[in-house]
Design a protein. Structure first.
Length: 203
């Protein structure tokens, strides 16, 4: 399953970046950044893709940024567009960091490609990697996107079948609270015709 996704994103890489301008993230970035407890430090961008616009924004604001992705082609672009980001070629479910390391962690348009169980495991790890008061921002798939309250299956995207998974927002909130996150906020945003839930929470 994961190998398929890896191949698909390698294939998508150039067209994906060309289409990326259609997705205006300015408001999301500003909202997240303005509400951060820390105004400097280390950001981890999980499944960073080509590093734009999130990683680049933080680099431009003098943060130290680490980006992890398992698509070599995406990382090649990231190294070109955001050369100051430290990139790691790895699977987000396998990568490890020490506890209390990052001031903020982002995972944009990607968590939903993991099985629900893997998402929960990764959110636990993310909590551990964050410094107390550090924040997370991630995109969560929705009924508006998949057509179902809960989903764990393949769905067509740009002519390819990609794996997606999500639970209900209520279940997600319960999980985040169970892990220990506070100040959980959910905002539905329709960007370029796709409605996802944008989730922020703090350790
Ligand atoms: C839709 S793109 C989003 C990229 C970037 N976050 C952005 O917002 O432009 C999804 C990215 O997730 C990466 N990805 C998906 N599953 C992954 C995994 N298990 N480990 C590492 N990267 C993964 C893909 O290679 C791809 O770059």
């Amino acid at each position: 399953m994961l190998v398929d996704l890896q191949n698909i994103y390698n294939k998508f890489a150039s067209t994906y970046e060309e289409n990326r301008v259609v997705f205006d993230m300015t408001e999301i970035i500003n909202d997240f950044y303005n509400n951060l407890f820390f105004k400097e430090g280390e950001l981890l961008d999980l499944a960073c893709g080509a590093g734009e616009p999130f990683a680049k924004f933080f680099i431009d604001n003098n943060w130290q940024v680490t980006g992890v992705d398992f698509s070599k082609k995406m990382l090649e672009m990231a190294n070109k567009f955001v050369p100051k980001m430290q990139t790691m070629y790895n699977d987000v479910t396998k990568v490890e960091f020490k506890s209390n390391k990052f001031n903020a962690i982002t995972m944009i348009y990607s968590l939903f490609h993991l099985k629900n169980e893997e998402q929960f495991k990764l959110l636990n790890k993310i909590y551990n990697w964050l410094i107390p008061n550090g924040s997370i921002l991630f995109t969560y798939a929705t009924k508006e996107y998949t057509g179902f309250d809960e989903f764990e299956d393949y769905k067509e995207f740009l002519g390819e079948n990609l794996f997606y998974a999500h639970k209900t927002p209520k279940s997600l909130e319960k999980e985040l609270k169970h892990i220990g996150f506070k100040n959980i906020s959910f905002i539905y945003r329709n960007i370029a015709g796709e409605t996802f839930l944008w989730v922020t929470a703090q350790k």
